[in-house]
Design a protein around this ligand. Structure first.
Ligand code: ADP
Ligand code: GLC
Length: 473
């Protein structure tokens, strides 16, 4: 089976969130079980800078917006997955992140930037592809590649497509006049097409035109069939019936391994749990928390958006500190959440540390050094940090939603609370402090978490079975 995996971010080249972790690991896991999966990524400067070599293999002169681009061939560093990079400097060679400029505003031409990516994905999957390699299936991810199934279908090509939703909150919505700029036919602007409440939605396009829709956990696949988590797409999603499935993400167990993590100056396993205290001490020193071995250290790492429930943590944080807890927070995002987190840290010097920014090394050191990990997300398609936490013996406290519900076993591997309100979180924290006072039971919970297997092998097998069934159909 040959699969083209089109995505807007992938480790170790470029990352803003969990999509990069998944795109960085799933293709390699598929290749390990005999599926010839290849990646397509935009040629952001960060991507091109990290590639040892690139070789031009195709040219496109008639892309939407009159854009010309080269297709470069390379390999994903570290894992050797064949990689196609879309080199279109007018669209991708600029400062800032993949989606936003340095001041946190969306790039003004995002519609064109990702329509072009989608168009190229569709061309590579079509009969008219300039490449000798022809994928059997085009696999798209999130709104950035959502137009690809539409382009393919609207050009009359029937090559099967899979659309994976990593987060329904990002829908790629643009005004209706964008349609003509993107070379999309007027007739596609309908409910049976890519129209969405009077606008154009890239995600809706993908959901509508793809043959199969997947999302990243079984619970989320159920939740999005209705309000509120369907976020406007519930009708379309419910109508997919069994063609909408949830496949739980895995984690990269080499990159996230407390026994051999290059970002740490310490190492431990379920058999040498006591050594985790070295990581805790080092973390405290690094971020300026006071030494106190009786204090449980709570960690939180997240994009600072309403999704992640930081506001819930903010509303109980003073009490948490009052009870002797410490808090280490890492994240970046909405300016008002960032400001509130900074203010919290200023109120509790030595007990709350906040790092506003993106720091991969620190994220590993918080996972290793913390005793408890907070993930009170209001919704969470899958969530990766709770799985990293389980692997690091860092007890997760999670809201009962999406992938959090599917990965944490309440009272056994962590604490699961509902509803997503401060009182429920407060009760869960109460239970954390109770267990913390009983070291033997605490360690049993740590070990139960560390025994879980979230490797990509199982997920890759599920994707392969889905591809197989689609080709058989
Ligand atoms: P989402 O994709 O919604 O952001 P996930 O839990 O799936 O949530 O994945 C988030 C990923 O991004 C994790 O690997 C997490 O460690 C990482 N991450 C998020 N914010 C930061 C940050 N400020 N610094 C370092 N890593 C971060
Ligand atoms: C999204 C979701 C997150 C998921 C990740 C990877 O960004 O918010 O829950 O783990 O994608 O699928």
């Amino acid at each position: 089976m040959q699969i083209l995996f089109a995505t807007s971010e992938a480790l170790p080249l470029i990352k803003t969130g969990g999509l990069a972790d998944v795109s960085g690991a799933l293709p390699a896991a598929l290749r390990a079980i005999g599926v010839d999966c290849r990646l397509l990524l935009p040629g952001y400067p960060a991507v091109l800078a990290k590639l040892k070599y690139t070789r031009p293999v195709a040219r496109f002169d008639d892309l939407p917006g009159g854009v010309a681009a080269r297709l470069l061939e390379s390999v994903q560093p570290g894992v050797g997955v064949p990689l196609y990079v879309l080199d279109a400097p007018d669209l991708y060679d600029r400062a800032g992140g993949p989606y936003q400029d340095a001041t946190g505003h969306d790039h003004a031409d995002n519609a064109l930037r990702f329509a072009v990516l989608s168009q190229v994905a569709a061309r590579l999957a079509s009969l008219g592809s300039p490449l000798a390699w022809h994928p059997d299936i085009l696999h798209c991810n999130d709104w950035q590649t959502g137009l690809a199934p539409a382009y393919l279908r609207l050009s009359g090509d029937l090559r099967p497509t899979v659309m994976t939703v990593h987060n329904l909150a990002y829908q790629g919505i643009f005004p209706p006049h964008t349609l003509s700029l993107l070379n999309l036919p007027a007739h596609a602007f309908s409910i049976a097409g890519l129209e969405y409440y009077g606008n154009l939605s890239f995600l809706k396009a993908g959901l509508y035109y793809a043959d199969r829709v997947t999302t990243v956990s079984p619970s989320y696949a159920e939740e999005i069939r209705s309000e509120p988590l369907g976020m406007g797409m519930q009708g379309l999603l419910a109508g997919k019936g069994e063609h909408l499935v949830g496949i739980l993400n895995g984690i990269d167990t080499d990159a996230w391994n407390p026994a051999a993590d290059p970002f740490l100056g310490c190492a431990y396993t379920a058999e040498t749990l006591a050594d985790k205290s070295h990581c805790k001490r080092a973390l405290r020193r690094e971020i300026g928390l006071v030494e106190d071995d009786t204090a449980p250290l709570f960690g939180m790492i997240a994009r600072m958006t309403p999704q992640k429930g930081m506001d819930l943590v903010l509303s109980i944080a003073d009490e948490l500190v009052g009870r002797g807890g410490q808090l280490a927070m890492l994240g970046t995002g909405d300016r008002d959440i960032e400001a509130a987190v900074r203010a919290l840290a200023q109120r509790h010097p030595g007990h709350v540390a906040a790092h506003i920014g993106y720091d991969e090394g620190l994220s590993h050191r918080i996972e290793a050094g913390a005793d408890v990990f907070l993930m009170p997300s209001r919704f969470e398609p899958c969530g990766l940090n709770q799985m990293y936490s389980l692997r690091y013996g860092t007890v997760p406290v999670v809201h009962a939603t999406g992938g959090l519900r599917d990965t944490v076993d309440d009272g056994v591997t962590g604490f699961v609370f509902a509803p997503a309100e401060a009182d429920a979180l407060r009760d869960a924290i109460e239970r954390v402090f109770d267990l913390w006072r009983r070291p033997a039971q605490w360690q049993a919970m740590m070990r139960a978490g560390m025994r879980q297997d979230f490797s990509w092998r199982r997920s890759a097998a599920a994707y392969a079975a889905l591809y197989q069934s689609l080709l058989g159909a």
